[in-house]
Design a protein around this ligand. Structure first.
Ligand SMILES: [Zn+2]
Ligand SMILES: [Zn+2]
Length: 271
């Protein structure tokens, strides 16, 4: 389907009449047929304010449910028609977009690395538990596997950068948030969530990173990582990935062999 063709057809559908329900249904069916194609959805949401509003209210949510049904069911506690903290467009972006990275207060890079769409990711609730301090283990947090970005040429540290992202369930009621507030941790200055633009807390500054378990999960060393959590419970972070030695094989997923959690978690979501 041509880009301009699909966009103009969409405009006709919404502007032909005010029977919004019928048009929404048509649009829904078209996207269902297209398996919620993300580039088309992005272009559709950019056509005009009406479609942007419709995408915000309906289409991004349906994309999330289509691609990550179990994860969305867990995050919304089974009520997928409900609103979600931070909004559906932000969650859709988090699922399908690696935000790249730039230097931060506790994580220096010689150059920033740009964000990009990702074809496939694995989000894991079991991984998420490794990112929570003991007192917050009751929280539900999904975290992605790290996306590998090559280090800059000439970088003193030649390891690759791992960039990962995640999301809490019901962050407003979470122990992690309660802990951040109780400790009166300041928001990180000049930094916003790459997914919803809300202010963020540095978990390093908050001293809430269980470094050993996170490093083991990411394949990093425990002093070489940093992550942030925003007001809406989106997590994004970076680490230096330790290169695998030859006898460990080339599969990045194999470096956790001695980990008792290695058995695939039934709640893991491959999108
Ligand atoms: Zn990436
Ligand atoms: Zn956010």
């Amino acid at each position: 389907m041509g880009d301009s063709g699909s966009a103009s057809q969409v405009v006709r559908l919404t502007e032909s009449a005010d029977s919004g329900i019928l048009n929404e249904r048509v649009l829904f069916l078209v996207f269902e047929y297209m398996k919620w194609d993300i580039p088309t959805l992005c272009r559709t949401a950019a056509v005009n304010w009406k479609l942007r509003a419709l995408a915000k209210r309906l289409l991004w949510r349906e994309l999330c449910i289509y691609r990550a049904p179990r994860m969305i069911s867990t995050l919304t506690e089974g009520t997928t028609s409900s609103r979600i903290v931070g909004g559906w467009p932000a969650l859709a972006k988090l699922l399908f977009f690696c935000g790249g990275c730039e230097s931060t207060r506790h994580f220096g890079l010689s150059r920033p690395s740009p964000g990009h769409f990702v074809e496939a990711s694995r989000f894991s609730k079991t991984s998420g538990q490794s990112f929570l301090p003991k007192s917050c283990r009751g929280d539900v947090l999904y975290v992605s596997d790290p996306c590998e970005h090559a280090a800059a040429t000439g970088e003193v540290n030649q390891d690759d950068v791992g960039i990962y992202r995640g999301v809490f369930r019901s962050f407003l009621k979470s122990r992690t948030r309660e802990c951040l507030i109780r400790k009166q941790v300041e928001f990180e200055e000049g930094m916003r969530c790459p997914y919803c633009a809300a202010r963020v807390w540095s978990m390093t500054a908050a001293q809430l990173i269980p470094r050993k378990s996170v490093a083991r999960r990411l394949g990093s060393s425990d002093d070489a990582l940093e992550y942030f959590v925003c007001l809406n419970g989106h997590l994004h972070g970076t680490c230096w990935l330790v290169p695998l030695s030859d006898d460990e094989g080339g599969d990045a997923n194999d470096h956790d062999d001695d980990d008792e959690d290695e058995i695939e978690d039934e709640d893991d979501e491959h999108i």
